[in-house]
Ligand binder design. Structure first.
Ligand code: GLP
Length: 238
């Protein structure tokens, strides 16, 4: 695991964007794994400023989606990815994929998404944030380290962390479809970004703690090609 500590979230965005653009320029980035949440926002901002067509042929595959939320809802991950990634980075919308959170399709949603990732040739670089519970994607504590894309229940803490995006706490979905930890580990390279002191505990547990399903992010210690970029606040407990 390579740990890079930078002074600010803006510097984090630039460092992560550098790595991604280097891979793209070398012809090593056909499929970019994208995450939602505030953590990768500086990365997308920096990419939007500097990519200028360098990512136009790239396919994007999102980590997760809420269950039972209309894809057109402004806080569905379909909408968030469209707004924060597809449009600013100039990606082809037909090459951007998000899990299907429609209740009717749930029994096969995981299997279908795994098939789609395979059909795209797998993920070359997977961008990840980390939740305060140590979750990556929506793999909450207790998730099997070998898990594949499936339906999960959000913890009360994650629902309350994400309530800021919804009118009321009760509007926050209870379930999600998320790539599993095994799915994420199949990416050829992973890039975890975290900033702010609220993430310092989760970062320390993921990077320096034991590898345990109780801190899902810790599985990345086993990844052969993992980079963690954090600002000084998020690195405070390392
Ligand atoms: C969200 C997402 C994760 C994200 C995490 C942290 O709920 N499903 O992919 O990494 O929680 O979010 P944030 O970056 O906003 O703190």
């Amino acid at each position: 695991m390579q740990i890079i500590i930078v002074p600010t979230p803006e510097a984090l965005g630039d460092a992560a964007a550098d790595l991604i653009l280097r891979r793209a320029d070398a012809g090593e980035l056909r499929v970019l794994g994208v995450a939602t949440g505030s953590s990768p926002v500086p990365v997308y901002r920096s990419l939007a400023e500097r990519a200028a067509g360098r990512l136009s042929g790239v396919t994007a595959i999102a980590l997760d989606e809420y269950v039972g939320i209309d894809p057109d809802h402004p806080e569905s991950y379909h909408s968030v990815i469209d707004r924060e990634v597809t449009v600013p980075l100039g990606l082809d919308p037909s090459a951007v994929h998000v899990p299907d959170g429609d209740v009717g399709g749930l029994p096969t949603a995981g299997e279908r998404y795994e098939g789609l990732i395979r059909a795209c040739g797998g993920v070359d670089v997977q961008i990840l944030g980390i939740g305060a519970t140590g979750h990556i994607g929506f793999n909450e504590p207790g998730s099997s380290l070998a898990s594949r894309t499936r339906v999960k229940t959000l913890t009360p803490q994650t629902r309350s962390d994400n309530a800021r995006f919804f009118a009321e706490q009760k509007d926050v979905p209870v379930h999600c479809v998320t790539q599993g930890l095994g799915t994420i580990m199949d990416a050829r390279e992973v890039l975890l970004v975290a900033w702010g002191d609220a993430k310092s505990e989760a970062v320390a547990a993921a990077v320096e703690g034991p590898v345990t399903s109780m801190c899902p992010g810790s599985v990345l210690q086993m990844h052969p090609n993992a980079t963690v970029i954090v600002d000084e606040a998020a690195a405070a407990r390392l």
